[in-house]
Design a protein around this ligand. Structure first.
Ligand SMILES: [Zn+2]
Length: 77
């Protein structure tokens, strides 16, 4: 995936710029971006220790200039 920008720690939104996988292809893009959600979840737990769920909100394959993922992290019990 491309360049990651995390808004805060713990993250609520992650911007991905220059994502190679999404590109501008509306058909392939949505499938590959779905994989990016999993990659992003992996990065968040490995680098930051957050057991997060990522959902894509904006995507280059839908005409945006970046992809935006909304992050939800379950609150510790
Ligand atoms: Zn995307």
């Amino acid at each position: 995936m491309g360049e990651l920008e995390i808004d805060t720690i713990p993250p609520t939104l992650v911007t991905v710029k220059d994502s190679n996988s999404c590109e501008k292809n509306p058909h392939l893009g949505s499938i590959l971006c779905h994989m990016d959600e999993g990659v992003l979840e992996g990065i968040l737990i490995e680098r930051h220790g957050f057991d997060a769920t990522a959902s894509e909100r904006l995507c280059t394959s839908k005409g945006q200039d970046h992809c935006l993922f909304e992050i939800s992290i379950p609150l510790p019990e």
